[in-house]
Design a protein around this ligand. Structure first.
Ligand code: FEO
Length: 173
């Protein structure tokens, strides 16, 4: 069983992942109102993925015989101004989450909790992928431009992203 300190830190991360889902859901709706259907769909997929991050923590905390304690989720912004700013905010947010995951790994080490350190490796890898994919979108926006035909082209590509439920979560572990 995880220590009290570890359980609390894991619970706090559930709140951070819920906020991530909230933030991307807000971005999805904002992008939709800007006529950016592809970006809206991309952010909606991102929000759904964040919910799988919540469930993965939920499952782990439960498997450790601990209760999931939910806290209030902070209100996200509603206006993201431009597509470039929305993705820059996405990258900044993911970098912050990476820091939180690293803090959790550090806590697992100080608590001598090898099981949690191993569990967290999935998130370490996931954060590398998330930062990389958002960084690529920002690069494309810089190249093609944050308006007009270039933006429409990127929007179309963003719309091709699909959500797929991870097999271990789909099984209702
Ligand atoms: Fe759950 Fe985007 O990190």
């Amino acid at each position: 069983m995880v220590t009290d300190k570890m359980a609390q830190a894991l619970n706090e991360q559930i709140n951070a992942e819920l906020y991530s889902a909230y933030l991307y859901l807000a971005m999805a709706s904002w992008a939709g109102t800007q006529g950016m259907r592809g970006a809206s769909s991309w952010f909606f997929v991102q929000a759904r993925e964040e919910m799988t991050h919540v469930w993965r923590f939920y499952d782990y905390i439960s498997s450790q015989g601990r209760q999931v304690i939910l806290d209030a989720v902070e209100k996200p912004p509603a206006d993201f101004e431009t597509m470039m700013k929305a993705f820059e905010e996405t990258l900044a947010h993911e970098q912050k989450v990476t820091g939180l995951i690293n803090d959790l790994v550090a806590t697992a080490r100080t608590e001598n909790d090898n099981a949690t350190a191993i569990f967290l490796q999935w998130y370490v890898t996931e954060q590398v992928e998330e930062e990389e994919s958002v960084g690529e979108i920002i690069d494309q926006l810089k190249l093609a431009g944050d308006e007009g035909g270039g933006l429409l082209m990127i929007d179309r590509e963003l719309g091709t992203r699909v959500f797929s439920m991870p097999a271990d979560l789909a099984a209702g572990a």
